[in-house]
Write a protein that binds this ligand. Structure first.
Ligand code: TRP
Length: 462
């Protein structure tokens, strides 16, 4: 049997974990949601949720992972057998999320390459940003090809293993992403008219307290936080299982969301001023990253392709470091539970996920007629891509997190103490021990359950 992997250093672990958290969600979700849901007021709510749900759950995930030395399914087998289903749910969530995330990863590669060519005047060939986007996304061969490219890059990294693959590549990509982000910010905030973008993001707007959208804003913040922190689906548990017994779980659980939030805010500083400086409507989701921003770079004139290239390189790095952590969840299932070699496990995981991703990729072209049901303020029908996004991003992550709280706080005799003991390993002082124990038992699960219910019955829209 192969030796199980482990991180070379705590810094390396942090780069990988922050890399998992920082992804497309930070770039296209956060800046817009911040602006559209009350600016500074949304930020305050988001931070409260990060502290009361994010921080609390990350501690539990890292501790359960490290204690068992196993990834989700194995971790629950050791922690409390009754919750193995939650481990399965995590593997399933990673599989579903990667199936649509990889399509977007593929798009990012396409844009990176196009901007590379555009530097020599051969990228967009004069097509408008929306015409280019539609031409590309409705071409099945190209979309599937670029999705495959994304999978190949992630697979190579994961095959190299935890320390030599995931850790090493994250240690390069994450600092590079940070520097590129700063470069784009400097250009963006110095554009004439950029201040409207800053105002859009940060101007406190407390209307939601009185105009009836209070729960909607909280729901938006919660959904964003789950996705952004990669919570509730075993990704942090898997990364925690490779963690050294001496490393400080509580401190790491503080640093990961802190950096994730800082990068989300920086992403807003890079994106929104430019969007407003060129008088383009801000929006959320793929259209922000792939249509609106292309227009911004085109309007920049001669330097546009260079900034476009820098920006999409950053997007590709963000997507890869998240992609590898999603792939690691499914791969490590085969390694830990089926005792397969890492290489074989990765290949099986990639082939299975790639098969599903073809459906997600085609939902913009030949399969655009397929409509699937979701519960979002009643039963509504959506395309395959949106369906996978809803199921993976919203349903599985929220349900998974809820059951982690139940498993630790209620259903496992000595569950809370087991986590505390793990955090305190090697003489570490667990500073928020009392608060944490109270939160994981009462506040966090109740908060999640209430908000989840409200979404289903339609008080909140996802
Ligand atoms: N956090 C990632 C982002 O913000 C997306 C994501 C969700 C994820 N769940 C994950 C990444 C699990 C890795 C592992 O884009």
């Amino acid at each position: 049997m192969e030796k199980r992997g482990s991180w070379g250093s705590n810094f390396g672990f942090l780069m990988a974990a922050i890399g998992s958290a920082v992804g497309l969600g930070n770039l296209w979700g956060f800046p817009y949601k911040l602006g559209a849901n009350g600016g500074f007021a949304f930020l305050v709510i988001y931070l409260v949720l990060v502290a009361s749900v994010g921080f609390i759950v990350i501690i539990a995930e890292l501790a359960i992972g490290r204690r068992s030395g196993k990834t989700p399914v194995g971790a629950y087998t050791k922690f409390n057998k009754k919750f193995i289903f939650n481990g399965w749910l995590g593997v399933l969530a990673a599989f579903v999320i990667l199936s649509f995330y990889s399509v977007l990863g593929g798009w990012s590669f396409k844009y990176l390459i196009t901007y590379g060519l555009e530097i020599f005047g051969a990228g967009f060939n004069g097509l408008s940003s929306s015409a280019f986007f539609t031409n590309f996304t409705s071409d099945p061969v190209q979309v599937i090809g670029f999705t495959a490219l994304f999978f190949i890059v992630c697979a190579v990294i994961v095959i190299f293993g935890v320390e030599k693959g995931i850790e090493k590549s994250s240690k390069i990509m994450m600092p590079a992403l940070f520097v590129l982000l700063l470069v784009v910010i400097v250009r963006s905030v110095t554009l004439p008219g950029a201040s409207a973008g800053l105002e859009f993001m940060f101007k406190p707007n407390f209307n939601f307290l009185t105009d009836g959208s209070f729960f909607k804003v909280i729901g938006a913040a919660l959904a964003q936080m789950f996705f952004s922190l990669s919570l509730g689906m075993g990704a942090m548990m898997a990364y925690g299982s490779y963690l050294n017994k001496k490393s400080n779980i509580e401190k790491n659980a503080f640093i990961i969301p802190l950096c994730d939030t800082i990068i989300a805010i920086l992403a807003g500083l890079a994106i929104m001023p430019a969007v407003f400086a060129f008088g383009i409507e801000p929006t959320a989701g793929p259209s922000l990253l792939f249509i609106v921003l292309t227009e911004v770079f085109t309007s920049m004139g001669a330097v546009g392709p260079f900034f476009g290239f820098a920006f999409y390189l950053l997007v590709v790095f963000a997507a890869i470091t998240s992609g590898i952590s999603l792939l690691e969840v499914t791969t490590s299932y085969f390694v830990d539970e089926k005792k397969m070699a890492r290489k074989k496990s990765t290949i099986i995981a990639v082939i299975a996920t790639f098969a599903l991703s073809i459906f997600a990729a085609l939902s913009f072209s030949s399969l655009s007629w397929v409509q699937l049901p979701i519960l979002n303020g009643g039963l509504i029908f959506v395309d395959i891509f949106t369906f996978l996004d809803y199921v993976g991003e919203y349903l599985f992550m929220i349900v998974g997190t809820f059951f982690i709280c139940i498993a630790v706080g209620w259903a496992t005799p000595g569950g809370i103490n087991a986590v505390i003991e793990e955090v305190e390993m090697g003489g570490v002082v667990f500073k928020t021990k009392k608060v944490w124990s109270f939160m994981i038992k009462f506040v966090t699960p109740i908060l999640i359950f209430t908000i989840f219910l409200m979404t289903i019955i339609g008080i909140i829209g996802v």
